[in-house]
Ligand binder design. Structure first.
Ligand SMILES: Cc1cc2nc3c(=O)[nH]c(=O)nc-3n(C[C@H](O)[C@H](O)[C@H](O)COP(=O)(O)OP(=O)(O)OC[C@H]3O[C@@H](n4cnc5c(N)ncnc54)[C@H](O)[C@@H]3O)c2cc1C
Length: 484
């Protein structure tokens, strides 16, 4: 069987490409290495409860807002999205004091100005910039995909410098940075476009998904199958043959050979190149890709609470104590993100996820060990990390610690083993404003029928990956229709 498109990996980008191209009438096939689809969107079940791994919230899902428009392209707006409190969708608990953020541009400015009245005009300028950035991006997406990356000023600027220049109060800068476990706050590298796109997207509205992020993956898969596409799990792609800059054969673990007019890779570009024969691409391209750094990993505590104990919090909670937020290598646990699962009914929830950043070197000595068999030292390390995390969270939620029934923890090693992310990175390739055109990638590659998609390319997160999907599918369609 010859497919129009074979997609490697069933992460969000892979499934969205499958959906979009199947909808356009192409014969698509998604090959996933794991038993479960979804990549970062996958969930796991223990004792009858489902826990999320890499999805908690999104912004701009209100009717007429940008992510609504984007996800509607993929038939994802029928899912049970749940809006967070608009007068306090985010709470930053900073060294003992809470600061809440409100939805809507005006309310966002006014609410923050209650805490920082002397910064009113700066907050206004900050908010206006984020609004403008997101509106431009939205217009680009709707009308001219090629223009999305042509706002040079935005692209080459550093997010840290922007914040220094726009806001001249240390505490306010920390509050505005404090919701940002959603990206790697790195003073030396983080480009403004990532900071502005992500933080700006939450100002109009903020949402969770009742039941968990895997529902996104399931919905896309169901639609792909209904449109005649295929999704094969437990089918890792092991190598691809390239002749005259074209992939001619795709091999999977079971020895099967697959054929397609083109291939989309939703996995890390460095992992993609490892699937190709050596001479498939020039040495310079290979060394560029293999030299890319990756953003930090995440330590997660998925907690099952005793029933009817801790009230549900319909907002995101970010807790910081002595945090050096823009230094990703700060040792110890100083920041935490707390996410309550939407209650199935009533006002209490029995599931909470707590996340904090974690460096690869904290787990790298256990590389090569199998999940659940990494040994006592690894378990003790996780236990210590978890206790530090719970101590930090207790500063704001003292009732949580005594009402825990069970905790499941995961580290960047878990992500590396299950999803094959480079160094267990949560958000993929680290974009660097000092060498932007080295660290953002095109969806086209030197192999004419190989395309990239997913979070490593230019944006991460549900919003970011969906943007790249549109760009990838646009190029793939041109290729298949020979419209170059
Ligand atoms: C802890 C965490 C929390 C997050 N929270 C949020 C959030 O709240 N909101 C938000 O918007 N974003 C969040 N994100 C980011 C978001 O989940 C990701 O950006 C997005 O899901 C990545 O999608 P992707 O298409 O890049 O694929 P990935 O999720 O990276 O999936 C790649 C897939 O490829 C498969 N694969 C690998 N190698 C092979 C092979 N050889 N053959 C076949 N298949 C292969 C993997 O098994 C995997 O299924 C979070 C991420 C993490 C890690």
């Amino acid at each position: 069987m010859e497919y129009d498109v074979i997609i490697i990996g069933s992460g969000l980008g892979g499934l969205q490409c499958g959906y979009m191209l199947a909808k356009k009438g192409f014969k698509v096939c998604v090959l996933e290495k794991n038993y479960q689809i979804g990549g970062c969107l996958q969930s796991f079940r223990r004792n009858g409860y489902t826990f999320d791994t890499g999805f908690h919230h999104v912004g701009s899902l209100g009717k007429g807002e940008s992510l609504y428009w984007l996800l509607d392209q993929f038939n994802l707006m029928h899912l049970p999205w749940h809006q967070l409190d608009s007068d306090a969708f985010d709470e930053v608990f900073l060294d003992g004091k809470s600061y809440c953020l409100a939805n809507g541009y005006e309310p966002f400015v006014e609410k923050l100005s209650e805490y920082f009245p002397h910064q009113h005009s700066n907050i206004k300028a900050y908010t206006h910039f984020l609004k403008q950035t997101n509106e431009n991006l939205f217009q680009g997406l709707k009308h001219d995909l090629a223009s999305v990356f042509q706002q040079d000023e935005l692209i080459e600027k550093s997010a840290y410098q922007f914040l220094q220049q726009t806001i001249d109060d240390d505490c306010l800068r920390a509050v505005l940075s404090g919701t940002s476990l959603k990206m790697e706050l790195n003073a030396a590298t983080l480009p403004l476009y990532i900071f502005a796109q992500i933080n700006g997207s939450y100002i109009p509205s903020a949402w969770r998904l009742k039941g968990g992020g895997y529902k996104i993956a399931e919905s896309l898969k169901t639609d792909i199958l209904a449109m005649g596409g295929e999704v094969h799990v437990h089918t890792p792609v092991t190598n691809m043959e390239v002749t005259d800059k074209q992939i001619t054969k795709i091999y999977t673990d079971d020895g099967e050979c697959w054929n397609a007019q083109c291939v989309i890779s939703d996995i890390h570009p460095a992992s993609t190149l490892k699937l190709l024969n050596k001479e498939a691409v020039r040495k310079s391209f290979r060394s560029r890709i293999s030299s890319l750094d990756n953003s930090f990993g995440i330590f997660t505590a998925n907690i099952k609470l005793k029933d009817n104990t801790v009230p549900y919090l319909n907002r995101n909670l970010y807790i910081h104590q002595n945090a050096d937020m823009w230094n990703p290598s700060q040792k110890g646990v100083h920041s935490a993100f707390v996410n309550f699962s939407v209650p199935e009914s009533g006002n209490t929830t029995n599931k909470v996820d707590i996340l904090t950043k974690m460096q690869w070197d904290e787990v790298s000595k256990w590389v090569g060990t199998a999940p659940n068999h990494r040994g006592q030292e690894y378990e003790e390390m996780k236990q210590r990390k978890c206790e530090e995390l719970l101590d930090l969270v207790s500063l704001r939620l003292p009732e949580l610690k005594n009402n825990i029934e069970t905790i499941y923890t995961s580290t960047p090693l878990t992500y590396s083993d299950y999803i094959d992310t480079e160094n267990g990175s949560a958000y993929g390739v680290r974009k660097d404003c000092n060498q932007l055109y080295h660290t953002i990638l095109l969806t086209v590659t030197p192999v004419h029928n190989l395309f990239f998609t997913g979070q490593n390319i230019n944006f991460h997160g549900i919003f970011g990956v969906s943007i790249t999907t549109l760009q990838t599918c646009w190029m793939v369609e041109k290729f298949l229709k020979k419209d170059y």
